[in-house]
Design a protein around this ligand. Sequence first.
Ligand code: PMP
Ligand code: GLN
Length: 378
Amino acid sequence: ISAKLNTTEASIFSVMSNLANQHDAINLSQGFPDFKCDQNLIDAVSFAMNAGHNQYAPMPGLMDLRVAIAKKFDLLYGTSYHPESEITITSGATQAIYTIISTFVKQDDEVLIFKPAYDCYEPSIKINGGKPISMALKAPDYKVYWDEVKKSINLKTKMIIINTPHNPSGTLMSKSDMLKLQELTNGTDIIILSDEVYEHIVFDDEQHQSVCRFPELKKRSFITASFGKTFHVTGWKTGYCCAPKALMQAFRNVHQFNVFSVNHPMQKGIADYMKDPNRYLELPEFYQQKRDLFLELIKDSRFKFSPSKGTYYQLLDFTDITTENDLEFAKRLTTEKGIASIPLSPFNDNARDDKVLRFCFAKTEDTLKKAADILNRI
Ligand code: PMP
Ligand code: GLN
């Protein structure tokens, strides 16, 4: 078969979650909560269904929801996106990312990505004929080396994809990182795709440095976000993207033919639910308690770590435990010890082994205690 994407590999998230299920292991691999979302959110969606919001939503998304998102930008970042022309509701951040890339990336265009990188960026670039150019975020602090980025920018550079808070490392871009990105892209036509799905999961009173806080960056950027991550409903696959009007118009030209519009009752329910800003303002504290509990429980284990600064993932360094590579070790922990995690090498073209595993702490206290009991015995 002649196809555009030749890979026989399943995503590492499917591999590890399937293995966890087969071995009845505690699943701290794929990033999703094991607790219920707020009943008020379910009630809001169910109310929307009963009220008849069951046919196609408008192509760019329900206006109520776009207005709620615009208010959130105002409140959190002191900047606005116009609900009419600058915000579009998507089927999760994944669809937004794919559609943004396919809207702009042409044959031989270069797209800078930072490795370890979330797994959907690279295939989406390749399917569209583009060339992913990898920039290394080096362990253990996973900082961006801006001098290397500067050297890699040329006339073929179409897009730069950033992700803060960063999956899988749990690090954040600082204000000076964003200013550097702004400086390097000023005067160019480069589009920034800023994956901010973990914007509300930032710890220790740090601030999320959204691209929209930087006016010159905002002009050239798309932000992608995920209600799945924000409201503990990853299975709803509902998210959105925002960008200045001209960029968003180009996006919608494609969106209207590959999706047209996304699920209507979820949009209505989320719009009603978001009327109370506490629903997202309380998230940093909620997840910080989980991170702190998890780290306290495993502080005497043989794993080394520096606390995650954002996202609901924690990297644990296993250098003192085994010389196995990360994939072998992650599989053995799942099959023999009953705990599943995500190895980082698949986020690094399998070319690099940082001797760390990623554990998701979006779990109940009970799950985290059971997980820690196992990790402390390794
Ligand atoms: N980007 C990153 C960095 C992610 O971790 C995820 C997983 N939530 C996504 C995008 C995709 O989000 P969604 O589930 O809304 O498609
Ligand atoms: N974003 C989630 C993670 O990083 C999983 C998404 C997926 O399963 N594709 O674990």
